[in-house]
Design a protein around this ligand. Structure first.
Ligand code: ITT
Length: 199
């Protein structure tokens, strides 16, 4: 296996994926870079299910030897909001609504809520389908809390409102390498790297 095609259109994710899965002799491409256009309906009820749906849809469209396909699904769970936005993280308030607005709205929904009830986590599930048809899925999480105001310019999506206790700052304030060390996607990708090692 010398090629991985990742089912994502999100360039921020691709950067993180390359930083973690890259190794000599392994080519890592996004769907777009591989010239594949697929509209996949993510209608699963869990991150794992959605990652599997995406990975199998992509695997069906390319049956190349030596190529594995992968997909991830990720999102933010806020405990006080019954784990919203969860699997709807990208679609929360509509796909076209800016994260500035989504983040402001989530902070507003937590108005008056004390720190101990503002707990949240980012979750990432990564599914892989290998050239021999076998598959696997890994999961990573990072625990934190929702802050009182957005902060930081790094990262993407909900990073400016997601604070980590250990550093007392948002994941948008952490340098990318540090976020990769701690992040849900970093953890799920490293677990996937281990599974790739024996193949
Ligand atoms: P693809 O489906 O093309 O991969 P997407 O952005 O729609 O891209 P998801 O379906 O996995 O990705 O949705 C995840 C959403 O959850 C994402 O758009 C962010 O809003 C949020 N999210 C996931 N990981 C995040 C992170 O590391 N930092 C901030 N927000 C994150």
């Amino acid at each position: 296996m010398d090629r991985i095609i990742f089912a994502t259109g999100n360039q921020d994710k691709m950067r993180e994926i390359r930083e973690i899965l890259s190794e000599p002799g392994m080519e890592i491409l996004s769907m777009k870079e591989a010239g594949i256009e697929l509209d996949i309906v993510e209608d699963g009820t869990s991150f794992e299910e959605n990652a599997m749906i995406k990975a199998f849809a992509l695997a069906k469209s390319i049956q190349e030897e030596h190529t594995a396909v992968m997909a991830d699904d990720s999102g933010l769970e806020i405990d006080y909001l019954n784990k919203e936005p969860g699997v709807y993280s990208a679609r929360y308030m509509g796909e076209d609504t800016s994260y500035e607005i989504k983040n402001q709205q989530l902070i507003k929904r937590l108005e008056g809520v004390p720190k101990e009830q503002r707990t949240a986590r980012f979750v990432c599930a990564i599914a892989a389908v290998f050239p021999d048809g076998t598959s696997c899925v890994t999961r990573g999480t990072i625990e934190g809390y929702i802050g009182w105001e957005p902060a930081g310019e790094n990262g993407f999506g909900y990073d400016p409102i997601f604070y980590v206790e250990e550093y007392q700052c948002s994941t948008a304030q952490l340098p990318p390498e540090q976020k990769n060390q701690l992040s849900h996607r970093g953890k799920a990708l490293r677990a996937m790297r281990e599974k790739l090692a024996g193949r």
